[in-house]
Design a protein around this ligand. Structure first.
Ligand code: ZN
Length: 149
């Protein structure tokens, strides 16, 4: 079985299936091959359009371009993910004492409360006072889920 790509004078393209090249020639000579679109009998063979029009599939350049462009985005997403992970780790290992933070930090510092990591809310004033007392605290930018998107 041979498949020929055929065309009529109106540039209608279609496929013809033949047992052999001779059968195609014979049917063509007898006017047995007609264009399925306009019934023209002036049929000619054309180079296979299917096999000649595939460069887009084989060409790697568009994909390569996309990969290069996506690198900065991936890095940014990775950094954000790492930052989020670090923050979550930090927060997960700290006891949230809320607005009692300054008081609780003092109690821990003066061994009035079990030593542990805490987090909570402190005013700028409280924060300065704690530092002045030699209590190790640090400020973490308040994170909302929306901040990281
Ligand atoms: Zn036609």
């Amino acid at each position: 079985m041979i498949i020929f790509d055929l065309a009529c004078p109106h540039e209608h393209h279609f496929e013809g299936w033949f047992q052999s090249r001779e059968e195609f020639d014979g049917q063509l000579a007898q006017g047995l091959i007609a264009c399925p679109h306009c019934a023209s009998l002036e049929i000619r063979r054309v180079p296979s359009a299917v096999h000649l029009s595939r460069p887009t599939e084989a060409s790697p350049s568009p994909a390569a371009g996309q990969a290069v462009k996506s690198v900065p985005i991936d890095l940014r997403a990775g950094a954000l993910a790492a930052f989020r992970q670090l923050t979550e780790l930090l927060l997960a290992n700290c006891e949230d004492v809320g607005s009692d933070f300054a008081e609780e930090a003092r109690r821990i510092h003066y061994v009035e409360a079990p030593e542990r990591s805490i987090r909570g809310e402190a005013t700028a004033e409280e924060y300065e006072e704690l530092l002045e007392e030699g209590i190790e605290v640090f400020r973490l930018a308040r994170l909302k889920p929306g901040d990281l998107h």
